[in-house]
Design a protein around this ligand. Structure first.
Ligand code: 5AD
Length: 349
């Protein structure tokens, strides 16, 4: 089953229609397709936020280096291994190592950690560590890393250079990196924020087209959540005309359209969705095309300092209770946790 090749106008209409019934049909169609392709399993990926240090200055993100209001941490390798063991105990197939762009974690230290994690746990290892060199990514692949997540944040180059200031004047870097990582043999994930200030329906429609042009294995989208500790935390400019709302509803439309254009992709119900609607966010996303959840396994002593945006769900709940809450939510929806590593899905012929 190939993805539907929607043209930009078509996608833009789905993104902007005010007719509730059309939206509801869209979400239902995506839910049906999800069940036919990737099935009813929900893959659980244990998320370990290994460091909140970051050398970048992204206007939307609380980890930006200029934010001196959060205590900075970098987990010790043994703490990461301990968190990965929890993932294994809970039956998850994957551990995701996420951090700001922290060059204090050297390439070789990460390589050793990956090798150890693979040997001891046999979990799939996903890296979400930002823009690192091709040599580093290649050594991490050889050490056994399976996947990389790196959001391109927006397809609009002007908007990107404004909100995600480039370090070496290269706005294309994430797009080039995504292509290179794919050719290295990684499963590759990317995504955008929904409702980023300056994001119009045209821009968001193009983002969705790019997901399938890049042939992504995973696509993560979440609403933009203003963080008062950042330049975009306070509204200083009037919204552009056609500004996309940063809401769950708008995010669900994007998830559904992503499912329809990439039927076999892994699509998480992201933490930003749960931040806006802790009660129902995950269930709503899982009923609109999503098939993955990334439960937070960051040790409690660090978790609240990984403050990308305010209001993170499960900010002070122990890993066991996060796990149990998610499991009961899944079973009440008639969905079951995924078995195995939950790797690349291919069309059965
Ligand atoms: N609101 C929502 N998502 C955000 N991210 C960063 N800042 C915010 C915010 N304020 C997302 C970015 C990044 C991912 C790790 O978190 O898309 O790639």
């Amino acid at each position: 089953m190939n993805g539907v090749d929607f043209d930009l106008n078509r996608i833009r209409e789905w993104l902007t229609t005010g007719e509730e019934e059309i939206v509801s049909e869209l979400l239902k169609a995506a839910d049906r397709l999800r069940s036919e392709t990737v099935g009813d399993e929900v893959h659980l990926r244990g998320l370990v936020e290994v460091s909140n240090r970051c050398m970048r200055s992204c206007l939307y993100c609380g980890l930006r280096s200029e934010n001196s209001r959060i205590p900075r941490y970098r987990m010790q390798p043994y703490e990461v291994v301990k968190a990965a063991r929890k993932a294994k105990t809970f039956g998850y197939g994957t551990v995701v190592l996420q951090s700001g762009e922290d060059y204090g974690w050297s390439g070789s230290k990460i390589e050793t950690l990956i090798r150890h994690l693979k040997e001891e746990t046999e979990l799939a290892v996903t890296l979400s560590l930002g823009e690192r060199s091709l040599d580093e990514y290649s050594s991490w692949k050889k050490a056994g890393a399976d996947r990389v997540l790196i959001r391109f944040e927006t397809s609009d180059r002007k908007l990107l250079s404004k909100v995600h200031p480039a370090i070496k004047d290269d706005e294309e870097i994430r797009f080039k990196l995504l292509a290179e990582l794919k050719s290295m043999g990684y499963e590759v994930g990317s995504g955008v924020m929904v409702g980023l200030p300056g994001q119009t329906a045209d821009v968001l429609a193009r983002d969705i087209q790019l997901f399938s042009e890049l042939d992504l294995d995973m696509v993560g989208v979440g609403p933009f959540v203003p963080n008062p500790e950042t330049p975009l935390g306070w509204i200083t400019e009037p919204p552009v005309s056609g500004q996309m709302p940063a809401t769950i509803e708008q995010t669900l439309r994007v998830i559904a359209l992503t499912r329809l254009t990439l039927p076999w992709a892994h699509i998480p119900s992201t933490s930003a969705i749960a931040a806006l609607d802790p009660e129902l966010g995950h269930s709503r996303a899982l009923s609109a095309g999503a098939n993955v959840i990334m439960p937070n396994l960051t040790p409690l002593r660090y978790r609240s300092n990984y403050a990308i945006y305010p209001g993170k769900a499960f900010a002070d709940e122990a890993e066991e209770s996060v796990h149990h809450a998610l499991m009961s939510r899944l079973s009440s929806m008639g969905r079951r946790p995924g078995v195995g590593v939950g790797g690349k899905m291919t069309q059965r012929v």
